[in-house]
Each structure stands twice: as structure tokens, then as C-alpha cells.
Design a protein around this ligand. Structure first.
Ligand code: UN1
Length: 503
């Protein structure tokens, strides 16, 4: 095991029923900086069934009171939480870069997304609209209101360790639910920071509980526990399938946000400079570790050569290193398993008949990169649509360039994967833009911009293997996950009236 360089490492605890407590089995997991594994960020609980049991019991006990708290009052706490997050943004961004690797500008964006989501959702405290509608009978009123679903378990990934928890936590809270969150074991600190801020904002004991550890021992029991009503999961499609199977077997509501194989289409009339710049950001931002990452670019033959030249020039200029440094554009990938997976896909790409490894392809292991998980920005050219590197999610700084002859072909290739999260087109032609907008079967679509950069007040999620029909962000869609409708009929006629029969 690598020796610890830092003496600043701390031991962290679970947060259950308003108290920071050690995991029952006493085991801890090391959280190391992926840019320099000699640096220990902290020791975090390796929780087990017993911890989950205690956290769920706390959430169960806190639920009636939280549910009865008026939504505008719940919202006041979220406004306060938003203010605390704003005040700590810089510190939280630094913590996140240390545990996750992405550059400071991006971790600042991650914290900002949590701030946006918190304030946006707090505003909902004075709305949470239901509606009234006419009854088919006289002297009878019909309306519906949202009610909380109950206890929620939130299982969140490491790539957006504060933003994604906030997409789930804020709507769960505003609707009056209580929750247990299990963050990814690679990035627990950012979620601890969020939960501590929530504690400080006055959110009562038991309403939010955090249980840290691996998916197998801390996550799985949260998908089967009898008292959990809803499981909200973001992560890989493989794990999502297990989560949804568990949830279905135990009769739970389940919302899933999973993989992507997102695409940028570059048409022959596109601003090539802009498209290349967008591709560098979409493919190599967060070292390609976004579910929305631009991992395929389908380029019109007429501009193919020029586009590849510009993209190569810009990718070569990227400075790779520790994300805390101002002079770095791209950080490491998350861990050794990610290095192995990405390098194995690069090997697969090299062996595909016809594809060319055009740039990168290696792990960086010398000098400043010696102790981190760094992989060069990697470009494959002349990729065919059915090749594995053009079909499967790699989750690293690897982009496949696929030539096409026209818009129809571009759309066919682009839709020809099992995922459906995000897609984009670069063109100056309004007709091409609208055609692609209509025909791309993805949850998110961009014109003249890469496939990343969703804003919290629009629906986030995807079609096909990316999800199971839910959307996060955007108020209406996240409320639809975290609340259930109650239809209410008030008959003030003073006599028995029979719907469908008396009218
Ligand atoms: C993800 O892709 O894993 O749209 C989440 C974006 C960010 C969130 C991405 N706001 O790029």
C-alpha cells in the first residue's frame, strides 16, 4: 500500500439520527487522491447491514414530523443550506478535487450545481402545486395534491459527488420525505460536506442520514429494506439493473440514471473551430468521466480532415496533472480499475480492423504523473459505427471519430447505440438543426454545443438503456419521482352521488 504523504487525513463517521457515529463493524475505507495516491484524503466508514438498519430506523422515526412540517418551513432550511454551500464553495471544490481529481474550475461547477439545485428547489416550498378540476357531479369538488412517498434511499456516483446527491436530496426533502444517502466509496467527502452543511442549516435529526461504504455491503441493503419506499440510483447500467431488480422484487419505486454513449454530429457547414473546441470540452472535460461525455463524433466527410486536424491540435495542447494546479486542464481518472478499463478499451480500439489510434492511448507514469491515474487524451479516427469503442461506454478520455456522408446517415449512426442520454449537432443550417432535434432519440439535445453542461431547471435523463423513464432536475419531473399524487373528492351535496352512474 502507498505510504501516506499528508498528515492532514481525518477519520470520518456516518451521520445517523443527527449524530456522527462510527460504523458498527469498525472497518474503514481509505480515500486517496487519484492525482497522487500518496495523499490520504481520509478514512471513511465501511458500513454494513447494521448501520443501514440504524439509518433507516432514524429516517422512519423522523418521517411523521418532517412530513407535517409545512413545505415553506422546509424550504427555509434549504435556503439556509444554499447560503452555507455558497459561503464554502471554494473549500468544497478543493476537497472535491482532492478526492475526485477533476480540475478546480470543474469542481467549483459541481458545487455550484448543488447550490443552484438547492435554491431552485427551496423556491418550490411555496408552490408544490396540485390542481383542482371539475367533478362530473354537482356539489362535489375534485382536486389532487402531492404527498411524500416516505423513506428514500439515494445511491450516488463519484463523478459529480455533490451535484448528483443534490439532484436527489433537495426534491426528496421539499416533498417531505426522509432519506438515507450512500455516496460512492471513491468520493464520500463531498457528500459528507453536503450533509454537514444540511445539519448546520437546521434540518432535523433523522431527516438526512449518510451511510458510507461499498455497494455490496452498504448499498445493496438500501435497495431491499422493507421500510424504504423509493430507491434513486445514478451509476453504471450494470449496477442499475441490479438495483432495479431488487427494487422490483421488494415493490419499491425506483428511479435510475445510468450510462451514455453520447454523440456530436459535425455537418459540412459547421463552424469547425467551434466544433473542435466543443469536442475537446465534451470528450476530455472531467477526463471523459461524465455520463454525458461526448465519446463519439460523427463528422461529414467534406470537413472530416479539417475537423480532425483542429481537434488534434487542441487535444495536444491540454495540460494534464493535479487538478488543484491552475495550469492544468485535465486531471486523472478515478482509480486503478478505471485505468484498467480505459486501457483495455484502447487495446480493443487498436485491434479493430480499420480504426486508427490517432492520438494518445497511453497512461502517463513519469514525473508529476508518477503517483496518479493519468491517461492521455485519446482520439481514434476512421471508426466504424458498430465497433465496440463506438458502442460501449468507456468513461475515460477516449473519443471515436466516425465519418458520415450526410445528415440522414449521421442521425442513423448517432441513434444506433443502446444508450440515449445526450446528443448534439454543429451546423449553421436551421433545417438540419431542427431535423436532428426531432429525430435524435435522446433525453438531452444541444445545438452548436457539446453534449455536456445541463442546467438544473431542465429535465436531466435519457432514453433506452440510460434510464427507466424518469428525469431529474427540472421541478415537475423530480417532484414526480419524490412525491405521489393523492386525488381528493369532497361531496357536499348531502346525499349519495354515484360517479359514472348518476351523471
Ligand atoms: C453526468 O454527466 O454524469 O450536464 C452529470 C452536465 C452536468 C452534469 C453531468 N451538469 O454536464
Amino acid at each position: 500500500m502507498a505510504k501516506s504523504k499528508s498528515t492532514k487525513s481525518e477519520t470520518y463517521k456516518n451521520y445517523i439520527n443527527g449524530r456522527w457515529v462510527k460504523p458498527a463493524a469498525g472497518q474503514m475505507i481509505e480515500n486517496r487522491n487519484p492525482a497522487d495516491t500518496r495523499e490520504l484524503v481520509g478514512l471513511f466508514p465501511a458500513s454494513t447491514d447494521e448501520d443501514v438498519e440504524a439509518a433507516v430506523a432514524a429516517a422512519r422515526e423522523a418521517f411523521p414530523k418532517w412530513k407535517a412540517t409545512p413545505a415553506p418551513k422546509r424550504a427555509e432550511m434549504l435556503f439556509e443550506l444554499g447560503r452555507i454551500l455558497t459561503a464554502r464553495k471554494d473549500q468544497f471544490a478543493k476537497d472535491m478535487t482532492r478526492e475526485m481529481g477533476k480540475v478546480l474550475k470543474e469542481t467549483g461547477g459541481d458545487v455550484q450545481e448543488a447550490i443552484d439545485m438547492t435554491f431552485y428547489t427551496a423556491g418550490e416550498g411555496r408552490r408544490l402545486h396540485g390542481y383542482t378540476t371539475p367533478s362530473e357531479l354537482q356539489n362535489k369538488m375534485a382536486m389532487c395534491v402531492r404527498q411524500p412517498v416516505g423513506l428514500c434511499s439515494l445511491i450516488t456516483p463519484w463523478n459529480f459527488p455533490m451535484a448528483i446527491p443534490s439532484w436527489k436530496m433537495m426534491p426528496a426533502l421539499i416533498c417531505g420525505n426522509t432519506l438515507v444517502i450512500k455516496p460512492a466509496e471513491d468520493t464520500p467527502l463531498s457528500t459528507v460536506n453536503l450533509v454537514k452543511a444540511a445539519e448546520e442549516a437546521g434540518i432535523p435529526a433523522g431527516v438526512i442520514n449518510i451511510v458510507m461504504g461499498t455497494g455490496d455491503s452498504a448499498g445493496a441493503p438500501l435497495t431491499t429494506h422493507r421500510d424504504i419506499r423509493l430507491v434513486s440510483f445514478t451509476g453504471s447500467t450494470e449496477t442499475g439493473r441490479i438495483v432495479s431488480t431488487n427494487a422490483a422484487q421488494h415493490g419499491k419505486i425506483c428511479s435510475l440514471e445510468m450510462g451514455g454513449k453520447n454523440v456530436i454530429m459535425v455537418m459540412d457547414d459547421a463552424d469547425i473551430e467551434l466544433a473542435a473546441e466543443g469536442t475537446v470540452w465534451g470528450a476530455f472535460g472531467t477526463s471523459g468521466q461524465r455520463c454525458t461525455a461526448s465519446s463519439r463524433v460523427v463528422v461529414h466527410k467534406k470537413v472530416y480532415k479539417k475537423f480532425v486536424e483542429k481537434l488534434t491540435e487542441k487535444a495536444k495542447a491540454l495540460r494534464i496533472g493535479n487538478g488543484l494546479s491552475k495550469n492544468v486542464d485535465m486531471g486523472p481518472v478515478i482509480n486503478q480499475a478505471a485505468v484498467n478499463k480505459i486501457l483495455s478499451y484502447i487495446e480493443i480500439g487498436k485491434n479493430e480492423d480499420g480504426a486508427t489510434l490517432h492520438l494518445g492511448g497511453n497512461r502517463l507514469e513519469k514525473g508529476d504523473h508518477k503517483h496518479g491515474y493519468f491517461i492521455e487524451p485519446t482520439i481514434f479516427t476512421d471508426v466504424a459505427p458498430q465497433m465496440r469503442i463506438a458502442q460501449e461506454e468507456i468513461f475515460g478520455p477516449v473519443v471515436s471519430i466516425i465519418p458520415c456522408r450526410n445528415l440522414d446517415e449521421a442521425i442513423e449512426i448517432s441513434n444506433g447505440v443502446k444508450y440515449g442520454l445526450s446528443s448534439s449537432i454543429y451546423t449553421q443550417d436551421v433545417n438540419q438543426a431542427f431535423t436532428a432535434m426531432e429525430r435524435m432519440y435522446t433525453g438531452i439535445f444541444y445545438v452548436n454545443s457539446a453534449t455536456i453542461g445541463a442546467e438544473v431547471h431542465l429535465p436531466f435523463g435519457g432514453t433506452k438503456a440510460t434510464g427507466n423513464g424518469h428525469r431529474e432536475g427540472a421541478m415537475a419531473s423530480s417532484l414526480d419521482i419524490f412525491s405521489e399524487w393523492k386525488a381528493i373528492y369532497v361531496d357536499y351535496s348531502g346525499r349519495l352521488q354515484k360517479a359514472q352512474i348518476d351523471n
